[in-house]
Structure formats: C-alpha cells, structure tokens
Design a protein around this ligand. Sequence first.
Ligand SMILES: C[S@@+](CC[C@H](N)C(=O)[O-])C[C@H]1O[C@@H](n2cnc3c(N)ncnc32)[C@H](O)[C@@H]1O
Length: 116
Amino acid sequence: MVSNAEARWPEFDSDAYHGNNYRLMRGDDRKMLEIMVKWFAGSGARGCSGFDAGAGANLYPALAMLPFCDKITLLEFSLRNVEYLRRQVARLDASWAPFWKVVRRHADVGDFAWAR
Ligand SMILES: C[S@@+](CC[C@H](N)C(=O)[O-])C[C@H]1O[C@@H](n2cnc3c(N)ncnc32)[C@H](O)[C@@H]1O
C-alpha cells in the first residue's frame, strides 16, 4: 500500500484497471451508482456543471452526473488515464452500457446512444 502522492500514476495501466474493476459491473458499484443518481434526481439539479477529481478509468461517476449537467469536467493526473478518458469521450465503450441502464432507471434520459 502506498499513499496517493507516492503512487506511480504516470505508469498506471488504465486498460487493466478498467478491465479488473469495471468491465463487469460489481454489486457494490451498482449500489453506489444508484445512490448517486437517486440523490442527484431528488435534488432537482438541472443544467449543472459536474466535476470528477481523479476520474481515472472510471466513467460511472460522470454517467451519474450526465442527466443533470450541461458540462462535466474530468480532472486526471495520469497521462495514460487522460488518454483512456479521451478515447471514451470520442466513443464510450460498450462496457459502460450496463451502468447507463442503472442511470436510466432513476433519471429521465435517452438510451446509450444518447449517452455516447
Ligand atoms: C484511486 S484512483 C481512482 C480512479 C477512479 N476515480 C475510480 O473510481 O476508479 C485515483 C485517481 O486520481 C488520480 N490523481 C491522483 N492525484 C491526482 C491529482 N493531484 N490531480 C488529479 N488526479 C489525480 C490518479 O491518476 C488516479 O486515476
């Protein structure tokens, strides 16, 4: 275990991290996503500016904010993660579709093509 400041983020393997953690949605992530989207929906937020500090190779916080935001900023330190995120902005990977399905259950938004 190392602290955030000690971690070697520039060498971070984004694809392996995404594969190990998010390629298949885990129950704890599903629960977390539901809590986030329900909270945003209940807050009445619309047209907001979203922000994810240290987004890494994880798009579901951004997906949770998407129905309620006109703009989302993903701040990321690791160049490899920035490259991963840029690829996702260009075309969101199909592995995020199950996450979007959870979002849609609690927010009035379009399908995965809309999210893309
Ligand atoms: C533990 S990972 C979490 C990644 C992702 N949010 C997730 O939930 O899977 C922490 C992330 O924060 C990024 N990070 C660390 N220090 C940062 C800083 N000072 N500014 C921006 N991002 C930073 C790292 O590159 C890494 O992607």
